[in-house]
Design a protein around this ligand. Sequence first.
Ligand code: CAA
Length: 385
Amino acid sequence: MDVGIDRLGFYTPKKYIDIVELAEARDVDPNKFTIGIGQSKQAVPDVYQDAVTMAAEAADKVLDDDNRNDIGLVIVGTESSVDESKATSAFLMDLLDLPEDVRAFEIKEACYGATAGLQMAYNFVAMNPDKKALVIASDIARYGIKTPGEVTQGAGAVSMIVSQNPHILKLDNKSVYMSRNVGDFWRPTFSKTAFARGKYSNEIYVEFFTTLWKRFQEKYDMTAEDFDTMLFHIPYTKMGMKALRTLDGQIPAAHYDKLVEHYQKSIEFSRNVGNLYTGSLYLGLISYLVNGNVQPDEKLMLFSYGSGAVGEIYSAEVVAGFDKYLDSEFIKEELNNRQKISVPDYETIFSEELENAGITKLEDVHDKFYLSEIKESERLYKKVN
Ligand code: CAA
């Protein structure tokens, strides 16, 4: 039985800043941000948005009356959750009219959370073929104003419905993974912004990739030429390229060039959104499926990396006719119809948040799901009808 991704949805906030304007405001050569880091735009979440509202937005795009009642598992991968106790998925139960006979919980392991969720969903559907799983990656990536990480911020969510006989991607149960206690990136519970040893985190990312890629090839007796495309976790678009470059000179040049060409298609959306943390790898998948010249039955390798650190490489196969199940035009339209805001406006939004006893005015809301109120420190959410 084939199990994999049947539907894919994406949401990013409607406001963004231009990276050249950010560079100018920070007195940095814009080429450093656009070429050295590889970013063009950065999503800016509104005050009424968080990991819950963005998860709801992304999931709303893939749920319908046909699949909603088949869902038996709801997993949200996030490292920017709003509660130390209650899972993001619990807030989604009524926002998304999900059936009660589901297991709903949250997974945290930095940018690896959604991959852990996807693998759990794979096992769940393999054991319960009549059921489907909803896996959502939702995060706000924040390092702070005027920090080295600022240019690698972003926000958004990706949703996936995992089922038998999937229409988009078949997972083939080939995977290698590793975990190690690493101090490359962390966010203590008191802090809204992350701490990073930036260059060290780059090194660990590449080291995890090279270690896992060697293990994958040995375990499955496969090489780079068995894959048409390699997709990477994309904290910023140059990062995956640093890992891919380790294959330069190690594999036939024509195949390396093809992998680079496909990688460029996979980073188009991230370049214009920024880091989604755990959703980044899956935004790369969406970007490749929407922008690439994807062949039916194409073989993909996916590298997931979560600081702290966990890494995994797994493989998958594109399902012929996947394009009928992915609303490419809608995704492009949503990205094109965002509103550019100035760097000072972004700085103001960055420091604003709804206070305890605060209420969001409906006229300020430009999305479907929003944080409506904080009452006795409890966050309450609503859907615009
Ligand atoms: N024109 C063109 N390129 C330029 C340039 C110019 N004028 N000036 C500098 N550059 C290049 C540099 O040569 C460098 O390129 P290479 O990386 O290829 O050497 C690049 O721009 C970045 O320059 P620096 O290394 O000097 O940049 P920095 O010290 O300001 O920090 C960063 C960059 C480490 C990525 C920082 O933004 C950061 O800490 N980000 C957050 C951490 C992060 O994203 N880590 C990624 C791995 S961990 C992970 O993946 C998990 C996750 O999601 C966080």
